[in-house]
Design a protein around this ligand. Structure first.
Ligand code: BES
Ligand code: MN
Ligand code: MN
Length: 453
């Protein structure tokens, strides 16, 4: 629509600058030191919703960080789209690997570098600006509600309660989310699934104090040695996970689905080069796209213990720790997998050590329908602005709240993400291409238009 194009063109410098302002706020949800900044960011999001034309916007306090809610109801008889996004970001460390400050956004080679540029401030803010485009040109085709949370990166643990307590307020026909990636600007795609997550922490205790590794070494179990051995045993020589019953609920893809998945454009050499690895790694019998999109995994996220300071200290440590996460696929349950992990991990520990396993936040896997009106609307919107039909793909990441939208609110979700896999989300030098930001703002109104038709 020409009015949308004109409005966006006239205001694009401001659209960009407003995003940069939002990126300057270090809204790190995991670190309590930033609580004030997270709250300040929520206020800024609320102000932006009002500026965009929301007739109502509010800050909803939770037991953790606040949720920002806004809406424009043009006609209760028309369909309602509930937009979900998050304004919180991951911690920025290791800081020394950033080429510019994580909260001092810079634009270089057409890319915005900052923590949250892609995940998810940049993508969330496209919806705010797309709403502004529609509202200010009096062309809003449907009702829009926006729920922007501040705890996605720490597991959305207060959002479930919020959904339960606000079913009426959140009544809608579909949830629309931009917090995933697409293949490339040349090959637009829509993710049709997300993996679930079970996140564990383990502690191994050996002797009751750190010991001299000469005096006692060889006679007393070293918790770090033991932990490494236990972790190594969790995969077999085919990189299959060895926890009994781990794969019980996992379904194999049909040949048709497998072929379709592997038909997506993917260049293995480019993938390896871009990551600086000589070869890929993973479960035998599956391609890289299958490994990330359709197979469950187990990864150590962090491991520590003993002496890690300068020089050498001969010590047989008393304790060793690790954080271990498992990505889950449809039909696997986060709680069940956490329970069988715990049972197995406790079971494989030798008598010489004590083992303690605790579960952190988790989330359920989701598959989104492709035969729905909403998916068709997203597909047509992308066709309109990219000139190509999007390719359906399976994403490897997790957004735990999506499963709850269906369970608590009875709502399906469309994942219309505009990020790229190499946007360095959660890594140093996170970026978001200016072109993707503007393309998202251009595409979103068409989703509303086609969905409302
Ligand atoms: N936006 C990501 C998830 C994502 C990224 C999905 C790319 C698909 C493609 C989200 O913010 C995220 O990082 N989720 C966490 C889980 C959460 C419980 C911390 C994740 O996937 O590790
Ligand atoms: Mn995200
Ligand atoms: Mn994230």
């Amino acid at each position: 629509m020409q009015v949308w194009k004109d409005y966006q063109q006239q205001h694009q410098d401001r659209f960009l600058n407003e995003l940069l302002d939002l990126l300057r706020i270090p809204s790190i949800s995991a670190d309590s030191q930033y609580k004030g900044d997270v709250a300040r960011c929520a206020d800024a999001v609320k102000a932006s919703l009002l500026q965009a034309g929301c007739t109502h916007a509010e800050i909803c306090p939770t037991d953790g960080h606040p949720i920002v809610y806004g809406e424009i109801i043009i006609d209760p008889a028309k369909p309602t789209v509930l937009v979900y996004g998050h304004y919180d970001v991951q911690p920025a460390d290791p800081l020394d690997l950033w080429h510019s400050g994580p909260f001092e956004p810079v634009i270089k080679d057409g890319k915005i570098f900052a923590r949250g540029a892609c995940d998810d401030k940049g993508q969330m803010f496209m919806h705010v600006k797309a709403l502004e485009v529609m509202a200010k040109t009096n062309t809003l085709p449907c009702n829009v509600k926006l729920m922007i949370e501040g705890e996605e990166e720490v597991g959305s643990s207060n959002l479930g309660v919020f959904l339960e307590n606000n079913k009426e307020k959140l009544k809608a026909d579909i949830v629309l989310v931009s917090d995933t990636s697409m293949i490339s600007m040349e090959h637009p795609s829509l993710e049709t699934g997300l993996r679930g997550l079970a996140y564990m922490e383990v502690a191994i205790t050996g002797p009751n104090r750190d010991l001299h590794s000469g005096v006692y070494g060889g006679a007393v179990a070293n918790p770090i040695n033991i932990l490494c051995k236990m972790i190594a045993s969790l995969h077999d020589e085919n990189n299959h996970i060895t926890i009994p019953a781990f794969y019980d609920k996992v379904e194999n893809l049909s040949d048709v689905d497998r072929t379709a998945l592997n038909n997506a454009p993917f260049d293995l050499n480019e993938y390896k080069n871009e990551l600086g690895v000589a070869d890929v790694w993973g479960e035998k019998g599956y391609t890289t796209l299958e490994r990330t999109g359709t197979r469950p995994t187990l990864d150590v996220n962090g491991i520590w213990g003993g002496y890690t300071g300068e020089g050498a200290k001969t010590v047989l440590p008393s304790k060793a720790f690790a954080k271990i996460s498992m990505r889950l696929v449809p039909h696997q349950s986060s709680d069940d997998i956490a329970a069988i992990f715990q049972q197995h991990f406790e079971g494989i520990a030798p008598a010489s050590v004590q083992v303690k396993v605790t579960a952190h936040h988790g989330g359920e896997p989701v598959v989104t329908p492709t035969d729905s009106k909403a998916y068709q609307a997203a597909s047509k919107a992308i066709q309109t602005t990219f000139g190509k039909d999007p390719i359906p793909t399976r994403g490897g990441g997790s957004i735990p709240i999506i499963a709850l939208f269906e369970r608590v609110l009875g709502l399906k979700t469309v994942l219309m993400g505009f990020g790229l896999d190499n946007d360095n989300i959660h890594s140093p030098n996170e970026k978001y291409d200016v072109a993707n930001y503007f393309k998202g703002i251009e595409t979103i109104p068409y989703f509303h238009k086609y969905f409302a038709e």
